[in-house]
Design a protein around this ligand. Structure first.
Ligand SMILES: Nc1ncnc2c1ncn2[C@@H]1O[C@H](COP(=O)(O)OP(=O)(O)OP(=O)(O)O)[C@@H](O)[C@H]1O
Ligand SMILES: [Mg+2]
Length: 364
């Protein structure tokens, strides 16, 4: 009766010894793996597994199993087709030797479905991330477009009066001596007005950038020239400059004035982050993988770094931690310029240790 029960049951069933040798296989098992009646006898369970399954812990511990357990194994049938089986292993003793009763369930379809589900979940997650990215870009463009309207309005209303104030204060400075009691005050009016003119111009540039005027440029030269323009500030902050420039960078086609402006903004930030001195390292060369087709300029400082909670906001127009000393437009403008050249800026920073700005530009 027992033999009939096992042989006629459609569930695949095996009895194996502690070495995994098959002592009994029912029709269900033979059928599952495409074997003829009796063909599986004396083979080992391992022999039915796909190669990567054969070293599993369970195979060297079959005799030590004390309780029923369940596991999934990838098997192959007689024709080499793979099958994922869920197996319940129940240990028992026969003539004082450990044996196991195994009941199989074919779960290949279920696992494939789960795999497909995981794949589509993964695809969905990627699409969501892409959408978030596009949304952020769109938000930025809308913000910049609004800013453009505002900037054009401000420029129109404010630029002329500012120009007039600047002109008159310069006239007065020409007329009076430096020891005149009002000279200092007029000088401040001149400087601050010039600063306002600069802010309005920056705003306009951010909002309505001119198309780049591209020409062939030696980037190493451009980097050195940009640092040269800031030497007085670099010296007064007691900053040591190190160059790590590729001697033969490929000639690049870009707008040298715009790229220099972007570099100056990044360099000024680096200098400002090291009021008590430090090291400024400039690098130029091919980017690391996966962007190896791009050229990378790096500006590394040993300054105060950027607080973790600020790192996501530094490219926002008007985000600044410098109070009245900063407008918060520097990075926004630099990003706009580099993006207009088909590149991007990546900033990594550790608070208290320093910051690295990488400018990645495509080689075209
Ligand atoms: N190298 C750096 N080290 C430390 N903080 C930095 C660095 N670069 C940028 N930051 C942070 O990012 C903020 C935004 O920089 P961004 O250049 O846009 O504006 P800003 O320097 O404050 O003002 P502006 O450039 O308009 O004078 C800074 O206020 C500062 O907090
Ligand atoms: Mg700045």
């Amino acid at each position: 009766m027992y033999r009939i029960l096992f042989e006629k049951a459609t569930l695949p069933v095996l009895i194996i010894d502690a070495e995994g040798r098959i002592l009994f296989a029912n029709r269900g098992f033979e059928h599952l793996l495409g074997y003829a009646p009796g063909e599986c006898l004396d083979l080992y369970l391992r022999d039915f597994c796909l190669p990567y399954e054969r070293d599993r812990f369970i195979f060297s511990n079959l005799g030590k199993l004390a309780e029923t357990m369940e596991l999934d194994l990838d098997l192959k049938d007689k024709h080499g087709q793979s099958i994922t089986a869920n197996i319940i292993l129940s240990p028992f003793e026969r003539r004082t030797r450990p044996h196991l009763l195994l009941i199989f369930r074919d779960v290949t379809g279920k696992r494939t479905q789960e795999g497909q589900l995981r794949d589509s979940e993964e695809r969905y997650r990627r699409l969501l991330a892409e959408r978030d990215n596009l949304e952020a870009q769109l938000k930025r463009s809308i913000k910049l477009a609004c800013l453009g309207e505002l900037a054009a309005g401000i420029a129109h209303e404010v630029n002329n009066p500012l120009g007039i104030i600047l002109g008159f204060s310069q006239d007065i400075l020409d007329e009076i001596d430096q020891d005149h009691p009002l000279w200092e005050s007029i000088k401040i009016i001149e400087q601050e007005t010039a600063r306002c003119v600069g802010v309005v111009q920056n705003l306009l540039e951010l909002a309505r950038p001119n198309p780049p005027q591209v020409m062939e440029v030696n980037l190493a030269q451009l980097v050195e020239d940009s640092v040269g323009l800031l030497l007085p500030r670099i010296k007064s902050n007691k900053i040591h400059v190190k160059y790590n420039l590729d001697d033969h960078p490929p000639a690049m086609r870009l707008d040298p004035q715009m790229i220099q402006q972007a570099l100056l903004n990044l360099l000024i930030n680096a200098i400002q982050s090291m009021p008590l001195g430090g090291e400024l390292t400039l690098g130029l060369g091919h980017c690391a993988e996966p962007a190896e087709s791009m050229i990378c300029i790096t500006i590394t400082d040993t300054g105060h770094g950027i607080a973790a909670e600020h790192q996501s906001r530094i490219f926002e127009p008007f985000f600044s931690t410098k109070g009245s000393k900063g407008t918060g437009l520097g990075l926004a403008i630099s990003q706009r310029i580099i993006e207009n050249h088909g590149g991007r800026i990546e900033i990594t920073s550790q608070e208290g240790a320093g910051t690295t700005c990488a400018v990645l530009l495509p080689q075209t």
